[in-house]
Design a protein around this ligand. Sequence first.
Ligand SMILES: *[C@@H]1O[C@H](CO)[C@@H](O)[C@H](O)[C@H]1NC(C)=O
Ligand SMILES: *[C@@H]1O[C@H](CO)[C@@H](O)[C@H](O)[C@H]1NC(C)=O
Ligand SMILES: *[C@@H]1O[C@H](CO)[C@@H](O)[C@H](O)[C@H]1NC(C)=O
Ligand SMILES: *[C@@H]1O[C@H](CO)[C@@H](O)[C@H](O)[C@H]1NC(C)=O
Ligand SMILES: *[C@@H]1O[C@H](CO)[C@@H](O)[C@H](O)[C@H]1NC(C)=O
Length: 327
Amino acid sequence: MRNSWQIFLDIFSCPALCKCYPTSMEVVCNEVPLTEYPSAGLPENTTMLTIQLTNITSISEHHLKSTPLLKELHLYGNQLQSLSSHLLRGVPQLHTLDLTGNELSDLPVDVFSDAPLRNLVLKNNQIKRADPKWLPHNSSLTWLDLSENRLTEIPVGLFQRLPHLQNIDLSNNRLEKIPPNSLDHLTKLERLNLQNNKLDTLDASVFQFTHNLTSLFLSQNKLAKLPQNLFQGLNRLTHLSLDDNQLSRISKGFLDLLSSLEEGGLDLSGNPLLCDREVEYLWQWLQRNNKKVLFADNITCALPESLAGRSVISLTENDLNIGSQPS
Ligand SMILES: *[C@@H]1O[C@H](CO)[C@@H](O)[C@H](O)[C@H]1NC(C)=O
Ligand SMILES: *[C@@H]1O[C@H](CO)[C@@H](O)[C@H](O)[C@H]1NC(C)=O
Ligand SMILES: *[C@@H]1O[C@H](CO)[C@@H](O)[C@H](O)[C@H]1NC(C)=O
Ligand SMILES: *[C@@H]1O[C@H](CO)[C@@H](O)[C@H](O)[C@H]1NC(C)=O
Ligand SMILES: *[C@@H]1O[C@H](CO)[C@@H](O)[C@H](O)[C@H]1NC(C)=O
């Protein structure tokens, strides 16, 4: 039997340097000179733990066992370099793990198995390769953030284990291509962020099974040409960003597939458009769908010389004829 003093300690204990909020069962260790995970002293009851901007370098399964009711673990901006295999074995209710801004590169097999994770944030680390074996088959993850890492390849094997994903952020990596079929398992996907990578082309069938996509961010890549039917079947797409790519043409009919765009939902600015006679389709589409376009004035012609820098929407019929003449 525990005596009343022990119960008092259990309820009111709190690690040095941290703040404990017993009513919300939350603990926060913010910007303090911790160098090790503060297992000792954490209230057993803790459901939400934040350790941020400290100097801890590693976490293991044994550390987390002291808080078996943990649901959310936020570890932003520490110096974490290693996590143990089966890290989450002692926290069977953990649904959110945020590891933003650490030094993680190689992680062991099964590091995120054992808990019903829904949200996993690995933003701003040093990850070069995302190993499928980090997670179990049929993982319950709905949100995965791998942005600001060093990925050069889409983690296809990992995606195959994540049939419930709704939101993926792969922005600010070094991805060069999306292999055909690599997104085919992600039928529930709603948001896909591929901004600021090195993509120069997309396979025509890459979005063939992602019918639930509502937001697709492809800005700041090197896309020069897009397959005509790329967005076929994306009937829920409300936001599409293609700005700051190398597109010189928007071919006839291409934008007609985007029937669900919201106001300001399309960004095409910062592409080196060729304003010859074929730009007429885009010109007309922009007049008709003015409100759907963000920064319309920045959708500009790069060529011909005589129209360089002019916004497409400002062209006159006269300009279009001029543009079509060989120079
Ligand atoms: C856990 O929290 C509840 C209510 O906040 C409290 O009644 C209980 O004693 C706590 N248990 C432990 C082991 O601290
Ligand atoms: C972490 O360590 C560095 C170097 O020893 C030190 O300058 C910094 O103040 C420490 N951070 C915290 C939050 O104590
Ligand atoms: C996958 O997990 C879901 C619940 O998250 C479950 O309903 C489904 O049966 C599982 N499928 C397989 C093949 O295990
Ligand atoms: C697509 O989204 C709708 C509405 O949110 C949902 O009812 C449907 O189940 C989703 N489809 C898939 C394949 O998840
Ligand atoms: C539009 O283009 C101008 C001139 O190139 C640039 O200064 C401005 O930042 C751009 N605005 C947006 C929102 O892209």
